[in-house]
Ligand binder design. Structure first.
Ligand SMILES: Nc1ncnc2c1ncn2[C@@H]1O[C@H](COP(=O)(O)OP(=O)(O)OP(=O)(O)O)[C@@H](O)[C@H]1O
Ligand SMILES: [Mg+2]
Length: 256
């Protein structure tokens, strides 16, 4: 989707990975197989005040067809981890493999291709997911086309599932925070990508809308889509296949 600053590559430079290093078509893995593996994942941010170590040698595996929920206090590194898993950002060190492809080696252009084909991503801030000049229906059409899965009727169905049918022609600025969040989630799941990564997708939702979103996750999981979601919401944690608990950039607990 839009506004990804990591997509910038200086003109004339080559992508860092070999073009033969392609993901399997659609990136699907068999249910129960590891879809995503991280080893020694480290993320550092350099700031004027010094270096922040947001992730410290994280090892984790995420299985196909599962919902993994990442929990932890504010600042624990949840968004930093999800941005890397979604190929929006690169680790400072360590390895990330998605469907057998070492994405941590890829340059911005190849990462963008992997994202388009295999990953639906929802930023933590609802408005970061949306383009101000596209209607709700336009967002779903664009996402489906970018993913190469332009299924007839899919956009209408998802607008209906997420209670947005009456907002199909609305621009993002005309939508509430919760409506923006549901639209962003619908855009992430349209076309059933192999992997959906969503950063606190129920933060703006009321109980009913949150339940609809969990129901949609359940349905899509049954079709083989894998979800990695960060959340402070116990309703999300309750339906997780696995819970990964982060604290101060490290995995402190894993519950299957
Ligand atoms: N772009 C950045 N530049 C500098 N530091 C950053 C940046 N992004 C995140 N951090 C720092 O990295 C640490 C982890 O941040 P992150 O956003 O991953 O946490 P989080 O677990 O998602 O928190 P929250 O629950 O509040 O969303 C924090 O200490 C944060 O201040
Ligand atoms: Mg966060």
């Amino acid at each position: 989707m839009p506004n990804d600053p990591s997509d910038q590559r200086p003109p004339g430079t080559r992508p860092e990975a070999d073009s033969r290093d392609r993901p399997r078509p659609g990136g699907r893995a068999d249910p129960g197989d590891d879809l995503v593996s991280c080893r020694g994942l480290t993320k550092e941010y350099r700031t004027a005040a010094g270096t922040v170590r947001a992730l410290k040698l994280v090892d984790a595996d995420f299985r196909a067809g599962q919902l993994t929920v990442v929990v932890g206090p504010s600042g624990a590194g949840k968004s930093s981890l999800l941005r890397i898993l979604a190929c929006v950002d690169r680790p400072t060190a360590g390895l990330v493999r998605i469907a057998g492809l070492e994405v941590s080696r890829l340059g911005a252009r190849d990462r963008r291709r992997v994202r388009r084909e295999m990953v639906g991503y929802v930023f933590q801030q609802p408005s970061d997911n949306l383009l101000p000049y596209l209607t709700a229906a336009g967002h779903l059409d664009l996402s489906a086309r970018l993913r190469g899965r332009d299924a007839p009727g899919a956009a209408e169905r998802l607008l209906d599932v997420f209670g947005l049918a009456h907002r199909a022609s609305f621009m993002p600025a005309q939508l509430s925070g919760g409506e923006q969040q549901r639209l962003a989630f619908a855009a992430a799941v349209i076309g059933s990508p192999a992997l959906v990564v969503a950063d606190e997708p129920t933060a703006e939702l009321d109980h009913h809308a949150g339940e609809s979103l969990l129901q949609a996750i359940g349905d899509l999981r049954a079709e083989g889509t894998s979800f990695m979601v960060s959340s402070h919401d116990q309703a999300v944690v309750r339906v997780a296949d696995r819970v990964l608990q982060l604290h101060d950039g490290a995995v402190v607990k894993e519950v299957a």
